[in-house]
Design a protein around this ligand. Structure first.
Ligand code: FES
Length: 122
């Protein structure tokens, strides 16, 4: 996709949109910055973000606003992250979520990183 290609999705004015390097399932990708992980992966051509626990059917982002949970991925070792609600950052290591999700790592509430919470505070 070139910058002249019409798109429904545009970065916010003033957002940093230069390409950054991330990893998806161990593969290095150059993706546009200044947007969510889901939007960046979609822009890079990723169309399978997770597999359902029962049938293994491929799933991908649907609502892009934190409501459907179809975009769950593992980000930097933390499972079940809503990729549409997390801003992409250089060096992120993202993995597709296969089957039933793992429990999240225990969090020490005294040193908890607020960036690990989703938009619903969970
Ligand atoms: S795409 Fe629906 S919650 Fe992320």
């Amino acid at each position: 996709m070139t910058s002249s290609t019409p798109s429904l999705f545009k970065p916010l004015p003033g957002a940093h949109s230069a390409n950054i390097d991330i990893f998806f399932n161990g593969q290095a990708l150059s993706v546009p910055g200044g947007r969510s992980v889901a939007a960046a992966l979609l822009a890079a051509g990723v169309s399978r973000f997770r597999a359902t626990p029962v049938s293994g059917a491929p799933r991908a982002p649907y609502c892009m606003m934190g409501a459907c949970f179809e975009c769950l991925v593992e980000i930097d070792g933390v499972p079940s992250r809503q990729s549409c609600m997390v801003e992409v950052r250089a060096g992120m290591r993202i993995r597709s979520q296969e089957g039933a999700r793992d429990l999240p790592p225990s969090v020490d509430t005294d040193t908890a990183d607020a960036s690990l919470e989703n938009a619903h505070g969970r």
